[in-house]
Each structure stands twice: as structure tokens, then as C-alpha cells.
Design a protein around this ligand. Structure first.
Ligand code: 6PG
Length: 463
């Protein structure tokens, strides 16, 4: 019997996705160049799950047009796999790359495979191991025609929103799916760093214990701050160490790692001229954690605060700063869509992130609503809901920033969120002076606010 779908790469993500596909009633073949991975899958073998031990066996076990998902480490391994597949596949076959591939690579691969008549889909997959098995969020981009052929499988394995909608939607052509996943990860970096700063304020200004902090996050998760990252933060904070006394969070070395998807978002933001300040600061905060001198004074708060008030203000600051992270992500999506000629459907993207993925949160429903009301929203804070929360919570964010400064706590993302809001809602930015300076030393010209046209001042003439 021929299999309906194939998975190449059977480490935990690939294996779990293969099982998820099988569990939803589709027949699936699995292959890996790493034999022990195939052996591990073979433990689940049945009439709908077929482990295969060679490229040929794998390819020949799939019904035509063949449909397959590559779930391997991004970079060179993907190119090597595609090279091998091009020898074996036929026009009309469909290859999906589900890894965290750089969108520039995906564009290149898309064009190369297109020449051979092979359809290539670059698909963001979010939700980690657990999501892969029980319902990930999927962001596929590429040929619509090819997507339509795999959509029944993708829709059935994807996570479902509260309304039961699958967390998968055709994103757009070429590398748009991997681009959207990259932006997802950039926002993930932003929100994770915001949470770290909230934690720092709680422990230093609020003098809170890990148990207390865990409870606050647990409580927040029951309200408007409901999100996967809020939930897991509560769990991480109260986890006891398994090697020594105390809490594991206090033993984990405070040096951040990264695989680079957030960095790529920043690279492209620079190319597009997109002000993703919170996300940029979150990327840089990871670098900074590696570059610190680990010397000097510990942050210390000498003032007095009412703990209940601090918690309320922090919750509001966390909520508003997260909204800024999302707003900046969507801003980059709309700039990229213009630059690369993609027609992105923002409500569908928000909906895809409502369940299954790492940045899932109740706020995504509000984002979906905002883009449903105005598909061309230039900035999320133009929407009434988000405009209202900016009006309601900016003072609390400001107070948290002040308290952090008083205690000597670095707040790169909370500070950036505050400055971003103070920038977008500011009709009197000081860059008039900057334009004057540019014109002074380089005759770079400037526009005026009282008449049309381009101007240059003869600065050196004595007036
Ligand atoms: C997801 C995650 C996932 C990745 C993390 C880690 O959506 O499931 O984004 O793709 O494991 O983003 O990335 P860093 O190692 O760069 O923190």
C-alpha cells in the first residue's frame, strides 16, 4: 500500500509530526539518514506508519504526486537533502521544509526546485515537541496549488483555536511562510525578554520570593495576560532543583543562547527600515548577557513600594509592552509584504498564532479583530482597542521604568516599549535638529513643516 505522506528527519520534531499525521488517520512513511531514528519510529509501525531505511524505499513508498515534509536542522543539511531529492522526485511532487530556515534560503530553494517542476513549501512550525505531537501552529508559504493538495493533512494535524479553527493558513508565495515564522520568533524574543525584566523588577523592587512570583504569573495567566509564556514562566519559577537545594531558576547560568531567527528578523528590519525597537533590544540583550563584565554593584532598591500596587502596575506594563512587541512584528510584516510583493492576510496570521505556538496568548484574538476591522491598519496602536490600552497603561509602564532605573535594573525592552509609544504618539519629535545637522555638514537637504519642496540652507554664510 502506498503512503499518503512522507517525513524526512525523525528526531523528536519529525517523529512527533509523523505520529500526529498517523493519529489523524493519514498513512505516513518516515525516513532518516540516521538509522537509530528510523528504528525509534519503527516501534510505532502499523498499517498507517511505515519506517523506511533508504531514500529509494522512502520515495517509492509514496503515492503520486508525492508529498513530504523535511524536518531537519536548518542550513546546509536542507540543501543536501534537496539535492538528493531532486535526483529522485518527479515534476508535480511537493516538498515542505518545516525547519526554521532563513527566508532568503527558502526563496533560493523555491526558485531552484521550480525549475525542475517540483513544488516547494517553506513552512514555519511552532509549538515545540509537544505541539508537534498534539497540534502545532503551521505557517506554510509557496505555491497555492501545492498548498491546496496538502491542506487537508495540515489542517487536521494543526492546533485548533477556541472556536475550533485550525492554526494553519496559506500565508503567501515564495518564502512568506518562513518569513512569518521568523517574525513569530522575533516577537517571541521580545516577549520573553519583557518577562525577564518583569521578573527582575519583582525580585529586586518587590523583594518577592520565587514562590510568590510564580503565583503572580499563575494569577496573571487567568486574566488578560493569559498566554503560553506567562503559564510556563510560572512553572519555571517554582521548579525545585534536582541536583541541589533550592530553585532551578536560581542555578541556571544567566547567559542567553539563540539559534538566530530573532537576529534574522532584525537584519531584515534594518533592510526595510522598520522600527522594531523592542525586538531589537531583546536580540541585543541576549548578546549583552554574554558580554557582561559580571562585576560591580548588585541592583538594589532602597525605596518603599506597596506590593499590591507594584503587581498591578507590572501586570499592566507587561501587557502593554507585549502589545508593542506584537505591533512591531505586524509592522514588519506589512513592510515586508510591500517590499517583496506578498499579499499577507493579517487576521489569518493572528489566528494561526492563537493556539499551538509559543507566542499564543489571548491578545492575539484582539489583534485578529483589529485587522478584521481594518486590513490595512498601518500600526496596531491605530486600532481602538490597542489605542485604549496605550492610554490606560502607559503611566504604569512609565512608573515601572522609573522604579527599575531607581533600582539599577536594566530594562532594555520595557524602556524600548515606553520610548516607542512616546515616539509614535509624539507630534514633536526632535529629528528636525538632526535634519539640520545633516544639511549643515553634508548638504543632505530637508523638508519643511510649513511649505512643500526640498530645501538646503547656506549654513556657512554669516547672517
Ligand atoms: C517555536 C520556537 C522554536 C525555537 C525557538 C528557540 O516556535 O516552536 O520558536 O522554533 O526552538 O525559537 O529559538 P532560540 O534558540 O533562537 O531561542
Amino acid at each position: 500500500m502506498m503512503q499518503q505522506f512522507g517525513v524526512i528527519g525523525l528526531s523528536v520534531m519529525g517523529k512527533n509530526l509523523a505520529l500526529n499525521i498517523r493519529n489523524h488517520g493519514f498513512s505516513v512513511a518516515g525516513f532518516s539518514i540516521d538509522k537509530p531514528e528510523v528504528d525509534a519510529l519503527a516501534k510505532y509501525e502499523d498499517d498507517k506508519l511505515k519506517p523506511t531505511y533508504s531514500w529509494e524505499e522512502f520515495i517509492n513508498s509514496l503515492e503520486k504526486p508525492r508529498k513530504m515534509l523535511i524536518m531537519i536542522r536548518a542550513g546546509k543539511p536542507v540543501d543536501m537533502t534537496l539535492e538528493k531529492l531532486t535526483e529522485l522526485l518527479e515534476p508535480g511532487d511537493i516538498v515542505i521544509d518545516g525547519g526554521n530556515s532563513n527566508f532568503n534560503d527558502t526563496n533560493r530553494r523555491f526558485k531552484k526546485l521550480e525549475e525542475k517542476g517540483i513544488h516547494f513549501i517553506g513552512m514555519g512550525v511552532s509549538g515545540g515537541e509537544e505541539g508537534a505531537l498534539n497540534g502545532p501552529a503551521l505557517m506554510p508559504g509557496g505555491d497555492k496549488e501545492a498548498y491546496d493538495k496538502v491542506s487537508p493533512i495540515l489542517e487536521s494535524i494543526a492546533a485548533k483555536t477556541e472556536e475550533g479553527v485550525p492554526c494553519v493558513a496559506y500565508i503567501g508565495p515564495e518564502a512568506s511562510g518562513h518569513y512569518v515564522k521568523m517574525v513569530h520568533n522575533g516577537m517571541e524574543y521580545g516577549i520573553m525578554q519583557i518577562i525577564c525584566e518583569v521578573y527582575d523588577v519583582l525580585r529586586t523592587v518587590g523583594n518577592c520570593t520565587n514562590e510568590q512570583m510564580s503565583e503572580f504569573f499563575e494569577k496573571w495567566d487567568e486574566g488578560q495576560l493569559h498566554s503560553y509564556l506567562t503559564e510556563i514562566t510560572s512553572k519555571v519559577l517554582k521548579q525545585r532543583d534536582d541536583l541541589a537545594d533550592g530553585y532551578i531558576v536560581d542555578k541556571i547560568l544567566n547567559v542567553a543562547s539563540y539559534k538566530g531567527t530573532g537576529n534574522w528578523m532584525l537584519e531584515d528590519a534594518i533592510k526595510l527600515g522598520c522600527p522594531i525597537t523592542v525586538i531589537a533590544e531583546a536580540v541585543l540583550a541576549r548578546f549583552a548577557s554574554k558580554a557582561t563584565l559580571r562585576d560591580g554593584c548588585m541592583p538594589e532598591f532602597k525605596g518603599k513600594v506597596d506590593l499590591n500596587q507594584l503587581i498591578t502596575k507590572l501586570a499592566n506594563a507587561y501587557y502593554l509592552a507585549s502589545a508593542v512587541s506584537y505591533a512591531q512584528g505586524f509592522q514588519q510584516l506589512s513592510m515586508a509584504a510591500k517590499e517583496y510583493g506578498w499579499n499577507l492576510h493579517y487576521p489569518a496570521i493572528a489566528q494561526t498564532w492563537e493556539a499551538g505556538c509559543i507566542i499564543r496568548s489571548s491578545m492575539l484574538k484582539d489583534i485578529e479583530n483589529a485587522f478584521n476591522q481594518d486590513a490595512d491598519l498601518p500600526n496596531l496602536f491605530k486600532d481602538k482597542y490597542f489605542n485604549d490600552i496605550a492610554n490606560k497603561y502607559t503611566t504604569d509602564l512609565e512608573e515601572i521604568v522609573k522604579l527599575a532605573v531607581e533600582a539599577g535594573i536594566p530594562i532594555p525592552t520595557l524602556g524600548a516599549a515606553y520610548s516607542y509609544l512616546k515616539t509614535i504618539f509624539n507630534p514633536k519629535l526632535p529629528q528636525n535638529l538632526l535634519q539640520g545637522q545633516r544639511d549643515y555638514f553634508g548638504a543632505h537637504t530637508y523638508y519643511r513643516n510649513d511649505r512643500d519642496g526640498v530645501y538646503h540652507m547656506e549654513w556657512y554664510t554669516e547672517k
